[in-house]
Design a protein around this ligand. Sequence first.
Ligand code: PYC
Length: 332
Amino acid sequence: MRDIFFCIDGHTAGNPVRLVAGAAPLLAGATMAERRTDFMARYDWIRTALCFEPRGHDMMSGGFLYPPTLPDTDAGVLFIETSGCLPMCGHGSIGILTFGIEHGLIRPRVPGRLRIEVPAGLLEVDYHVEGERVASVRIRNVPSYVAAEGIAIDVPGLGPLSVDVAYGGNYYAIVEPQGAYRGLDALGAARLIELSRAVREQVRAAFQPVHPLEPSIGGVSHVLWADAPRGEGAHGRNAVFYGEKAIDRSPCGTGTSARLAHLHASGRLKTGEAFVHESYIGSRFIGRVEAETTVGDFKGIVPSIEGSAIATGFNTIWVDRRDPFWAGFQVV
Ligand code: PYC
């Protein structure tokens, strides 16, 4: 038996986005969060088949469009990635919305504006069109907050670190330059991957966050290594580790949101201020603290992230059960 998935492939600021535009499974659930749970229980093989090798790779990520469950909303998005079905993905949203609008899969009720339902909540989106192309997308992301500060860990080969945990649609362990961590370039990507695994494991052993309003969201999934900016006009740089071997090529939308909450909570970024965030490869998102809010009992912010995506082609992917690797594999 062969399952066929029609995809629009591309990237947002260098990180891959695969919009699965055909063969989205029908899902049970009254919200996108419940549909995510249903997808993970019944259809995780679609994620692994499309994200893992041999059809994907360590960084692969993407998603499906669904009719929304909330009123006055244009579309629902379900994310897939090597690490799982994320509650929210920023670079993925920018790519999926760009490709969806450019190919007529999303027909906005108000041109230039979208309301999008994701498992983590509601996104308010502005986008700008130039000719046939969506030139930029700005997303008001879900409320973000700092969940824990000063978690002490001791990483073999690096030494003691104090790590904070912030939520920006996923939970991030945030490591700022300190001690033997002197910045991204001093380590390099391969070493960052190695160290991130140890950081994530130790932070997970010390702290298991659960979202105060959505109990299906929890656990530290990503590690954000913060650094000083490199290029002119930037305010910070970061490398985000996810899955087992991925360093985000984009500045990471949910990571940037978590970092904005982190900087705001410590008084280093004001409401309304822009924060130009660079990725490991130098691509950029513009982040901003749009408003102050609360997340359950926590003080938080409403962040926005702005960036652009490029479609690179159509990709009709076959998953054939006679293939010994039909469900995909990872070499860790
Ligand atoms: O942009 O939110 C993001 C993201 C999460 C993992 C990789 N990118």
